[in-house]
Write a protein that binds this ligand. Structure first.
Ligand SMILES: Cc1cc2nc3c(=O)[nH]c(=O)nc-3n(C[C@H](O)[C@H](O)[C@H](O)COP(=O)(O)OP(=O)(O)OC[C@H]3O[C@@H](n4cnc5c(N)ncnc54)[C@H](O)[C@@H]3O)c2cc1C
Length: 347
């Protein structure tokens, strides 16, 4: 599939989402691509329930509420959203009158063509952390090894082992114990980093025999020919090795942030971030912008509101690249009837 778009946005975190709004006000169409299976970037993936206090005019909002509000705010604008795929390559198609057209490809075969690439990739794409001492656990991917829960049906009536000590491990242990044949929570110490309430719930289910808590254990090996059949655990203190037959292993060790393919795009980097100018947040490449946490310039702060400022200015430049020689239309949303029409508000 090949998509042509005014602005191609890599990353559907808060800054990528707000780019759709600013672009929409100027009548530009956006295509958003994200490696995750949902929008919201760090807000959705790392701290959905944490309150944010420094969004201007919003005294308090959880990260999830903030993302929901952004999605609502961009509803009036038609945009394409492609999730669960990573942008791998950016290549130049042509440069005419100093305006370059770019082609991007994802790891799922999607191709997009645009004069404006906005890299709103935060700290890079999130990759689940693998169990540290297992060689190539991915050979069992979808054959008994998972790093997230895409569908709870996978774990129905299965002997399930969940590994981890944070919120995700606790939440899913409690939730999946309702449907799994047996639910075993494995952690290397008998202390958890998740919410106290969920830990208490988990421990009460251990007492009632619905969950088997295995601490202080860590995984030693996975056994099985074409799929997971058993797991070997090592006691952290006594070094004793125990075998358990197992159907599903769910590793919830958190996420690594990786710049990954971004390093191959021939962009000038500074401290593992993309260098930009502060006039329009363009990189060293004509038509490739970097906004939000992924960029670097003197005085840069990794804050949501800084990303919103950056992308607002970058979109102005993107407009000029789509409509060369034209003045960028400027208007306050409070008083501009045309803008209000676009937003579906006003009379
Ligand atoms: C615990 C915590 C609390 C925080 N609290 C606050 C706060 O109170 N106030 C505040 O202002 N900020 C806070 N921050 C920082 C804030 O979350 C970031 O500044 C913000 O998320 C940056 O937004 P972004 O859109 O630039 O990037 P991100 O939110 O990081 O989103 C980037 C997206 O790009 C995707 N991506 C990356 N590479 C690719 C690729 N090659 N292909 C496809 N997709 C890709 C990623 O999957 C990700 O979804 C907090 C951060 C953390 C971790």
């Amino acid at each position: 599939m090949k998509v042509e778009t005014d602005i191609l946005i890599i990353g559907a975190g808060p800054v990528g989402l707000f780019t759709v709004f600013e672009a929409g006000l100027l009548g530009l169409k956006c295509t958003l691509i994200d490696n995750l299976d949902k929008v919201g970037g760090q807000c959705s993936e790392l701290y959905p329930d944490k309150p944010i206090y420094d969004i201007p005019g919003v005294p308090v909002q959880t990260a999830e509420q903030h993302v929901d509000a952004l999605v609502k705010q961009i509803e009036p604008f038609k945009y394409n959203l492609h999730l669960s795929q990573r942008v791998e390559t950016i290549t130049e198609i042509e440069t005419i009158d100093n305006i370059t057209t770019w082609n991007i490809k994802t790891n799922k075969g999607l191709e997009c063509i645009s004069k404006n690439i906005f890299i709103a990739a935060g700290a890079g794409s999130f990759e689940p952390r693998r169990p540290p001492n297992i060689e190539n656990p991915d050979q069992y991917l979808n054959k008994g090894v998972s790093y997230n829960v895409k569908s709870i049906d996978r774990f129905k009536d299965k002997n399930l082992f969940i590994f981890g000590g944070g919120d995700s491990a606790l939440d899913w242990t409690v939730e999946l114990s309702k449907i799994a044949k047996s639910t075993n929570l494995v952690h290397r110490r008998d202390a958890f980093r998740g919410s106290q309430h969920t830990e208490e719930l988990m421990r009460s289910l251990v007492e009632s025999g619905d969950i088997n808590l295995l601490t202080p254990f860590q995984i030693e090996s996975i056994k099985g020919k074409n799929k997971v059949e058993a797991v070997t655990l090592k006691n952290f203190d006594t070094k004793e090795i125990v075998n358990h037959s197992a159907d599903e292993l769910l590793f919830l060790f958190g996420l690594n942030k990786k710049l990954g393919p971004i390093l191959q795009w021939d962009l000038t980097l500074s401290q593992n971030k993309i260098s930009v100018n502060t006039e329009n947040f363009q990189t060293n490449k004509n038509g490739i912008f970097a906004v939000g946490d992924i960029n670097d310039y003197p005085g840069k702060l990794d804050l949501i509101l800084c990303g919103y400022h950056e992308t607002t200015l970058a979109v102005q430049k993107a407009y000029q690249r789509i409509h060369p020689g034209e003045r960028v239309p400027f208007g306050y949303t409070t008083s501009n009837k045309k803008l209000q029409k676009k937003l579906g508000v006003g009379k």
